[in-house]
Design a protein around this ligand. Structure first.
Ligand code: AMP
Length: 187
């Protein structure tokens, strides 16, 4: 089973994705974590990504598409995965759709975590203090929200056309949201 968690930065994708992955025994693929690991290790990919990441901009598809393909093709992900933090662009969505379709698979559930912009800014600022992320300056936070609206939010319409996007109220306790997700996907 493939489950995509969509939502703005700060909407709780990582938290809910982790709980869901644990509950269903599926791997979670998180492009943000992969990029942070590459930056920490100082790999060429990490160094290139950092130029965009720190400002809150999207890392170009030229870098991300290969990463996504490699992750989806890993043996652990042949039966399913939780997709967290991607697709974020039309090209990424197309790659995911095509890769799964070739294997006779599809995104079984698309969950959209709905959180107001005020709450997103509050959460991202709070998290910035805890995690010390490079992309957590007020400017980078603003850019991340703008980039989400411009490049990623249109994917909601793309998937809504197929009729399997479910809105999940993203405010409430972690447990409440997790229960709601459980109810929606039926397990
Ligand atoms: P996240 O941890 O998902 O909030 O991502 C943090 C940052 O990593 C984003 O602001 C982008 O710079 C980069 N990033 C993560 N995933 C992607 C992706 N699928 N496409 C492009 N950039 C990404």
């Amino acid at each position: 089973m493939f489950i995509l968690i969509l939502g703005a930065p700060g909407s709780g994708k990582g938290t809910q994705g982790k709980l869901l992955a644990e509950r269903l025994g599926l791997p979670k693929i998180t492009t943000g974590d992969l990029l942070r690991a590459a930056m920490k290790d100082g790999t060429p990919l990490g160094l290139e990504a950092k130029k965009f990441y720190d400002d809150g901009k999207l890392v170009p598809d030229a870098i991300i598409l290969g990463m996504i393909k490699a992750e989806l093709d890993r043996p652990e992900a042949t039966e399913g995965a939780i997709l967290d933090g991607f697709p974020r662009t039309a090209a990424q969505a197309e790659l995911v759709d095509k890769t799964l379709a070739k294997r006779g698979q599809r995104l079984n559930h698309i969950l959209l975590l709905d959180v107001t912009e005020d709450e997103l800014v509050r959460r991202m600022s709070r998290r910035a203090q805890v995690e010390g992320r490079a992309d957590a300056t007020p400017e980078a936070i603003k850019t991340r929200l703008q980039v989400y609206q411009r490049d990623t939010a249109p994917l909601i319409a793309h998937y809504a056309q197929r009729g399997n996007v479910r809105h999940v109220p993203g405010t409430g306790s972690v447990d409440q949201i997790s229960e709601e997700i459980k109810r929606i996907i039926g397990r």
